[in-house]
Design a protein around this ligand. Structure first.
Ligand SMILES: [Ca+2]
Ligand SMILES: [Ca+2]
Length: 249
């Protein structure tokens, strides 16, 4: 067998035989933004991640907040994600007691959308990419709704809240520049300004940082596939020449 074929097959099989890996990624940036009139230009990049929807209070008078979390996927270049889970740790942020099912939205900022590399120390309600500044919980056309999760009432402080589905997995696999932002809003609203604020630990907390837990499988490396196909093609041409004209050099 041609040396090139052996080498290409070796590279190809090595990648295919590579065991699936579980990878945990923490954010490179996270923050929340707030709709209150005196806070629309305030940055909360070092705070925990607060989320709230106060309605029917007008947005400028509400304590409505949305969460932004950005991950860098550059460590996954040769891997395809087969399952993805976003884990968040609940922390206390105050507000009046709340009961019943609370529903949260998870959005993805579309790949290559303007502002993908937003600044953790500069993002605000007014400049946040993908933010629908006219809504307390929906985002604008630069985003994709990936799904929802729920918390019963205030939830349990210190517990992990998880979000996982095929939309999240596909959103991550379809990314082209290794930069992905997830946004969290709360659909369930409080009718008063001082209603409950749900909150999650930010990356600055270290061990309770948001996490993307990914199951991955290797993607055949393009060069090895190319060389395999090239070697097979050349071998086929050589065999055809031998068959037609006898031995060739
Ligand atoms: Ca932060
Ligand atoms: Ca991207």
């Amino acid at each position: 067998m041609d040396t090139k074929i052996i080498l290409a097959l070796f590279l190809f099989m090595t990648l295919l035989a590579h065991p699936a890996l579980a990878v945990t990624i923490t954010p490179e940036a996270d923050s929340f933004v707030c709709a209150y009139s005196t806070e629309v230009n305030t940055n909360y990049g070092t705070s925990n991640l607060l989320v709230k929807y106060a309605a029917p209070t007008t947005l400028s008078q509400s304590a409505t907040r949305k969460i932004y979390i950005r991950f860098n996927l550059s460590s996954l270049n040769l891997f395809q994600i087969t399952q993805a889970t976003l884990n968040l740790t609940q922390v206390s942020a105050g507000g009046d007691a709340v009961s019943g099912t609370q529903t949260f939205h998870v959005y993805g900022l579309n790949d290559l959308a303007a502002g993908e590399n937003w600044g953790e120390s500069s993002i605000t309600w007014n400049n946040a990419p993908g933010n629908n500044t006219a809504s307390g919980y929906t985002m604008n056309a630069q985003t994709t709704l990936l799904g929802t999760f729920t918390i019963n009432g205030t939830g349990t402080m210190g517990s992990t809240v998880s979000f996982s589905n095929a939309n999240l997995m596909n959103f991550l696999n379809n990314d082209t520049n290794d930069v992905v932002t997830l946004m969290i809003t709360r659909e369930t609203y409080d009718t008063n300004y001082s209603g409950y604020i749900h909150a999650f630990a930010s990356r600055e907390t270290g061990s309770t940082s948001p996490q993307l837990v990914l199951n991955t499988a290797p993607v055949p490396e393009i060069n090895s596939v190319f060389y395999l196909l090239l070697a097979l093609a050349l071998t086929g041409i050589k065999k055809l020449a031998v068959k037609s004209y006898g031995e060739v050099i």
